[in-house]
Design a protein. Structure first.
Lengths: 115, 115
């Protein structure tokens, strides 16, 4: 079974700074998908970014980018020019290329952006 | 507007009193799933459905039932709720074609307290 580990329960950073959230995972598969989901205080789960394991290029979405290290099974999220609206819980998630579309989530990192 | 609608948003009940949390999506998605979110554990899958009349257990199915009689609806049923089912529940849907794998749309969540 796959596991996803987020070792930083909480982080805080000053507004406009850059912050990196860590995620490692364990799998024996070669093709899979990785995600970062954001959960703001409203509780709504929002997809931030998606990475396909067969793509070597790191995914980017505006101020959000990932550092995908397949051999190390590491998938960190970098938020540049952080904004107050980035304050949220961030979950790393794994999706197998086989099976039922089940996302395996990490335990989350609570990020606070300080004005 | 594409959305997944859960009701109710908040529910307080007593042990043993049957309840249903409804979930409806308007995107014609084949796949629907229920997750529960608990502090320190992230989100865990309860049940999922690949299409109408096709449902199966996720990682934590004990004490829950589901049905999928129509494509748009996927209710979660707690026949005899217990305090350990106090949690935040999310319904999610997706269309698992290659381009959309893992891109799940989440409802706003249902906060359930069982006394």
């Amino acid at each position: 079974a796959q596991t996803v580990t987020q070792s930083q329960p909480e982080m805080s950073v000053q507004e406009a700074e850059t912050v990196t959230l860590s995620c490692t995972y364990d799998t024996s598969e070669n093709n899979y998908y990785l995600f970062w989901y954001k959960q703001p205080p409203s509780r709504q789960m929002i997809l931030v970014i998606r990475q396909e394991a067969y793509k070597q290029q790191n995914a980017t979405e505006n101020r959000f980018s990932v550092n995908f290290q397949k051999a190390a099974k590491s998938f960190s999220l970098k938020i540049s020019d952080s904004q107050l609206g980035d304050t949220a819980m961030y979950f790393c998630a794994f999706l197998s290329n086989f099976g039922n579309e089940k996302l395996t989530f990490g335990t989350g990192t609570r990020l606070t952006i300080i004005p | 507007e594409a959305q997944v609608t859960q009701n109710p948003r908040y529910l307080i009940t007593v042990t043993g009193k049957k309840l249903t949390v409804t979930c409806s999506q308007n995107m014609n998605h084949e796949y629907m799933s229920w997750y529960r979110q608990d502090p320190g554990l992230g989100l865990r899958q309860i049940y999922y459905s690949m299409n109408v009349e096709v449902t199966d257990k996720g990682d934590v199915p004990e004490g829950y039932k589901v049905s999928r009689k129509e494509k748009r609806n996927f209710p979660l049923i707690l026949e005899s709720p217990s305090p350990n089912q106090t949690s935040l529940y999310f319904c999610a849907s997706s269309s698992p074609g290659l381009a959309g794998r893992g891109i799940q749309y989440f409802g706003a969540g249902t906060r359930l307290s069982v006394l």
